[in-house]
Design a protein around this ligand. Structure first.
Ligand SMILES: Nc1ncnc2c1ncn2[C@@H]1O[C@H](COP(=O)(O)OP(=O)(O)OP(=O)(O)O)[C@@H](O)[C@H]1O
Ligand SMILES: [Mg+2]
Length: 249
């Protein structure tokens, strides 16, 4: 892909044009400029490899001086807004293209802010680094050869269960947030630790939807863990998460 590590500005301009030829099919100019800013402000030096391509975003591994980062690019074109409509569409209204772009930018900023609050509260999650428009840079979870696997593809030990529930409890009691889309698809397991990801849609614990969302989140997680015969009781886990009890079993 492209790199700014050892190149002059003219060369970069040339490459930006080149990049636009390639990425232009996927990204609009707004997105390409935001990516470009991350090169010129030295946040990243080069793209390493693509990690995932979802409905709402593309995630790449990038690096700077051999240090890896994850770059999540929210799609401004061809996005279905499935999640966004589900959580906030009615509240915020996203009926035209300009609003959509603005909305997507807010979404990226929201993910940045929620990640900062989560990490600050002791949740195991990628440390956010920078957000420019619809592009979010965060700590990369994985090795230089490949990204960490999703929790759904891992063998779940007692420690992983305990660390996961502790993170969700910290998110609730210390950051005052409910993730709202928890599942074995939104945790990465790296060096035996569960990293919570995909947190843009999180709502505050006093939000009208919070109660429904936390119950659903915990229902999904206990059902998944119980496939490994942990026999967790959803209500006990819920009081642990809310800080009403200090044990989840
Ligand atoms: N910090 C990270 N380090 C390594 N890989 C990551 C990181 N963040 C996300 N990923 C990978 O990118 C994928 C998509 O990320 P995320 O779930 O945040 O985006 P999404 O657009 O909401 O995707 P989906 O719709 O599939 O949930 C994840 O499943 C994971 O494999
Ligand atoms: Mg996800």
């Amino acid at each position: 892909m492209f790199s700014s590590d050892y190149e002059g500005k003219e060369k970069i301009e040339e490459r930006l044009k080149e990049t636009q030829k390639v990425f232009g099919y996927v990204f609009d100019r707004f997105t390409i400029l935001n990516i470009y800013k991350l090169f010129t402000d030295n946040t990243i030096g080069r793209f390493e490899f693509p990690i995932a391509s979802g409905k709402e975003s593309l995630v790449f591994a990038a690096s700077k001086n051999n240090k890896f980062f994850a770059v999540k690019i929210y799609k401004t074109v061809a996005s279905t807004f499935k999640n966004i409509e589900r959580y906030a569409g009615q509240r915020w209204g996203i009926d035209n293209t300009r609003n959509k772009r603005k909305f997507i930018m807010q979404w990226a900023h929201r993910e940045f802010r929620n990640l900062s609050e989560a990490v600050g509260a002791g949740v195991i999650a990628p440390v956010p680094v920078k957000v420019v428009g619809n592009v979010l840079v965060m700590q990369y979870i994985g090795t230089k050869r490949k990204p960490a696997p999703l929790m759904k593809d891992c063998i779940i030990t007692r420690e992983i269960v305990a660390d996961t529930l502790k993170s969700v409890r910290m998110l609730y009691t210390k950051a005052g947030l409910v993730h709202g889309d928890l599942s074995e698809y939104n945790f990465l397991v790296h060096r035996k630790k569960p990293y919570m990801i995909d947190i843009a849609q999180a709502v505050e614990t006093d939000d009208a939807m919070a109660r429904v969302l936390i119950e659903r989140d915990i229902g999904i997680m206990t059902r998944f863990f119980n496939k490994f015969e942990y026999k967790l009781d959803k209500d006990k886990v819920l009081s642990y998460i809310r800080g009403e009890s200090n044990v989840f079993r």
